[in-house]
Write a new protein. Structure first.
Lengths: 394, 507
């Protein structure tokens, strides 16, 4: 009985669960082929840090693709904004708390500029953002022309890409060598998720709405809790939660909330689903386009900060092809080229899959040339699965 | 004239899910004649021609097609083209960036050893252009020509394929008077060269001028075939046969008082299309009273949808002059958003193209135009959304297992109800319904009419655009007739007849 329900539930949401299954399979394969090194705390911790800037780009790109556009400019834009951040700190001596918001705002403005020809003049986003790609590439080279690589001396800034959240309960007796604050945060997250699902369920029940059967509901809660528990435990075993991953999680949480729970989120998906119908339903398609590109630009700024801080410097090639990595991650995460379909969480998972491949194959000592081919095959496979799953769902 | 039949379509039946588009249609054409096919919108003319040209391949319809006295089983347009049938659609299928000669020979290019022979192509194109009476350089790009000349290029394209039967679907709809004359003359000329033509048209004066034979279709059936030579063709006879449908009681009655309060008024409303450089709408004047249903009748291309959209925030960005008053206050909407805020709603004619979001579910489609109503601070209240969707599902009896069903899985009638539900949730003062019952079955039609009656009884006003005359007469309190972007007549429904409306619409 419960099994049958589970099967229909899985079948109905095969797209969503497929990502988790794929990720699980990839993790198992790499754990076996690397004798467990892949799943070690240290490696997973590194993996999450490497995922950071790709995930951030992938999330912004998800919304761009949902409204049927593309933004190729964001790779070099993030490199350029990273360089601006470096210059602002080293040459202009601006403090970090000024530089970060400044870069985010600049990114937002850059996004609006890309959006202008797209929204107002009907220029295809591919062309408009390709122009941006060239322009920001030039801007990046210009910014680093005199100095070459700019080394960033600011410790607080560099901690974003390399540091971990402090452990306030440091103790050698209770759970030694484990990051207790990370564990606590994981626990709080689990409790919060369970409480809010129970609350939502009760509210639905009070309206007599359709809900998941109790056994499936409990099963789902356990599954999610265990998953978060494992990830937390692994991270806590090294240095705890990194600042990068904390920032990514925050971004995911905010974007997930906005896309799923707010009016602007609905408008974005409506525009993606059918722009003409959305327009005639009173949705301001132009405004939505500006907001989505603006958000993409802002996230490009954030990715630039993460990248520069990870390298502790701004380089002349920062952000090269980052836009395509972000696009690939979004597609692996289930975004549809036809528009209107795709989720922020899916794209985060897509980014994790994407960097897991790199990380796992590096550990296995596989040549970079083969790595590209494997990544290409995975991207293609993911999209084919996507198309097949959607047919099955219909 | 030889009496050999070039084409015989016998007992053709074509069904779409839920609708019988063609019901046992018989249609035959004698070699060398010009045969006109007339009927209201939706009578089945275009469907019949699509069956003939292989757009609906053999096996998707019942009945037989005999061409040159042989049974044909076309699997696609290529097959019908090979046998010598050429069809020219209303929307021209030319490629504007290519030259005239490239367009004429597109798809059957002249080659020599696998290499295109442009010199021969240009020479032959020139000869064909003379045949269609076009005095232009074959190397001109098509985009530099006017619509009238483009239409002739289409015919040239057909002639280059050695056509035996030429089918024209409303060839004169977009042409001015001179170009019309030219085209009709050309058809006569081609006739003397032995080309048989079938012409679909709404303009009855053209039919009278050019046709040897006329077949009238109505509701997917052949009503009659008339012989012009025997004096059987006149405007009155044609109209009578086209509209002769009986109005039975598929229209629920309503009893309510219409107040004298005018909720919407339009004066000197003119819309100019910058792209094509002409006026889509000319000097329209119209008013709607509170609790009234006005019907806008007219044929396809009369400008009715364009008029509705120009009122509703003008998403086509026409250049508009004239005045619009809502409740006596002058308004000008720059975006549908502001039109909705002012109390207007527009249920579009093509629900799949621009009415609904097919990949989203019923509840999301119902709430999209009024999300603020189910919003708590910044969060959309899922429960309120479900309550809303369930309410309209029951009120409009939308047949679905769940309100989380995706729209692309619903039938046309249920999709239309969702479309309606979306706007009822906005609770507009004036509801514009553009072809509210197109492509849905009789039962669902009745339900939609009942809903319309309830709405006007509650004080809403409805502007209903419809191509179905019985619907116009059965549902409206007052009728406006449009033709070529203008209002050609206005009358209370009790003074209106189908014949009267058709005369004004074919003006």
């Amino acid at each position: 009985m419960a099994l049958k329900e589970l099967r229909t539930e899985l079948r109905k949401n095969i797209r969503g669960y497929g990502m988790y299954i794929a990720l699980f399979v990839i993790f198992v394969i790499f754990t076996i082929t690397t004798d467990g090194i892949f799943i070690s705390s240290r490696n997973i911790s590194n993996l999450m840090n490497q995922t950071g800037y790709i995930a951030v780009i992938a999330i912004g790109m998800t919304l761009i693709i949902v409204i049927r556009h593309i933004d190729l400019s964001v790779g070099f834009l993030s490199g350029f904004l990273g360089a601006i951040a470096a210059i602002a700190m080293t040459f202009w001596n601006l403090p970090v708390y000024v530089v970060i918001p400044m870069v985010l705002v600049l990114g937002f403005i850059a996004g609006l500029i890309t959006a202008y020809p797209v929204a107002k003049l009907g220029i295809p986003a591919f062309v408009a953002s390709l122009a941006g790609w060239l322009i920001y590439r030039g801007a990046l080279l210009m910014a680093t022309l005199k100095t070459g690589t700019i080394v960033i001396p600011n410790k607080a800034f560099n901690a974003i890409g390399n540091g971990y959240i402090p452990d306030i309960f440091a103790s050698d007796k209770f759970l030694p060598k484990t990051h207790k604050l990370t564990l606590l945060l994981g626990l709080i997250t689990i409790i919060w998720l369970i409480l809010s699902s129970v609350k939502a369920r009760k509210s639905k029940q009070s309206y007599n709405f359709e809900i998941l059967p109790l056994d499936l509901f409990i099963g789902k809660q356990i599954f999610v809790s265990v998953l978060i528990g494992i990830v937390t435990w692994i991270l806590a075993g090294y240095n705890g939660l990194s600042w990068t991953f904390a920032i990514v999680l925050l971004v995911v949480a905010i974007y997930n909330f906005v896309t799923k729970k707010t009016v602007i989120g609905r408008h974005i998906y409506a525009v993606g689903g059918n722009p003409e119908a959305a327009e005639l339903s009173g949705v301001n398609v132009e405004k939505v386009t500006f907001i989505v590109f603006g958000s993409m630009g802002m996230l490009a700024g954030l990715a630039g900060i993460l990248y520069a801080s990870r390298l502790q410097s701004a380089t002349t090639t920062a952000g090269t092809l980052l836009e395509l990595d972000g696009i690939a991650a979004a597609f692996i995460g289930g975004v549809s080229v036809a528009g209107g379909v795709g989720s922020v969480v899916g794209s985060l998972l897509g980014a994790i899959v994407y960097t897991s491949l790199t990380s796992g194959m590096n550990l296995m000592g596989i040549d970079i040339s083969s790595q590209y081919i494997v990544r290409g095959a995975v991207l293609l496979g993911a999209v084919i699965f996507d198309v097949a799953a959607r047919k099955l769902g219909d | 004239m030889k009496s050999k039949k070039i084409l015989e379509m016998k007992s053709i039946t074509k069904t779409f899910p839920g609708v019988k588009a063609l019901d046992n249609v018989t249609f035959s054409v004698t070699e060398g004649e010009i045969h006109c096919l007339v009927g209201e919108n939706g009578a089945g003319k275009s469907t019949l021609m699509k069956v003939l040209s292989g757009v609906y391949p053999f096996g998707e319809y019942e009945g037989d097609i005999l061409f040159s006295e042989e049974i044909q089983k076309f699997r696609g347009i290529r097959d019908s083209e090979k046998t010598g049938i050429a069809i020219i659609y209303q929307e021209l299928a030319l490629i504007p960036e290519l030259t005239v000669y490239e367009n004429i020979f597109l798809g059957h290019e002249i080659q020599k050893n696998g290499v295109l022979n442009w010199n021969e192509t240009i020479k032959q194109a020139g000869e064909i252009l003379i045949k269609v009476g076009l005095d232009i350089n074959p190397e001109t790009k098509v985009k530099e020509l006017g619509v009238g000349k483009q239409q002739l290029i289409e015919i040239a394209k057909a002639l280059s394929r050695d056509v035996k039967l030429l089918i024209l679907d409303e060839p004169t709809a977009a042409l001015n008077e001179d170009d019309c004359d030219n085209l009709l003359q050309l058809l006569k000329d081609l006739q003397s060269q032995g080309v048989t033509s079938i012409m679909i048209t709404h303009k009855l004066k053209e039919v009278i001028r050019i046709a040897d034979m006329v077949t009238v279709l109505r509701d997917g059936q052949t009503i009659c075939t008339l012989n012009a030579g025997k004096g059987e063709v006149s405007e009155n006879i044609l109209i009578k046969n086209m509209v002769g449908r009986e109005i039975n009681n598929i229209y629920p009655s309503r009893k309510h008082e219409i107040s004298n309060e005018i909720v919407l008024e339009v004066k000197n409303w003119t819309a100019h299309n910058k792209q094509y450089g002409h006026n889509i709408l000319n000097n329209i004047a119209l008013n709607v009273k509170k609790g009234e249903i006005i019907g806008i009748a007219g044929l396809m291309g009369a400008g009715r949808t364009e008029f509705a959209r120009s009122l509703f925030g003008n998403p086509d960005h026409y250049v508009i002059t004239g005045n619009l008053y809502i409740d006596g206050k002058e308004k000008l909407f720059k975006h549908p958003e502001t039109a909705i805020e002012a109390g207007l709603a527009y249920v579009s004619e093509d629900r799949k193209k621009n009415g609904l979001i097919l990949i989203q579910d019923i509840k999301q489609n119902i709430t999209i135009a009024n999300l603020n109503k189910i919003r708590k601070k910044i969060i959309i209240d899922d429960n309120a959304e479900i309550v809303t969707a369930e309410k309209y599902r029951n009120a409009l009896s939308i047949k679905t297992p769940s309100i989380e069903q995706k729209l692309n899985k619903l039938s046309g009638g249920n999709q239309q109800k969702v479309s309606l539900a979306k706007w009822l949730f906005v609770n507009p003062e004036i509801l514009i319904l553009d072809e509210p019952t197109r492509g849905i079955d009789v039962g669902a039609k009745y339900e939609i009419y009942t809903i319309m009656n309830e709405l006007v009884t509650q004080g809403m006003s409805i502007i209903m655009i419809s191509s179905e005359l019985p619907e116009i007469l059965g549902m409206s309190d007052r009728v406006y007739v449009m033709s070529e972007g203008q209002i050609t007549g206005e009358m209370p429904t009790n003074e209106a007849t189908q014949e009267k409306i058709m005369h004004l619409a074919t003006n």
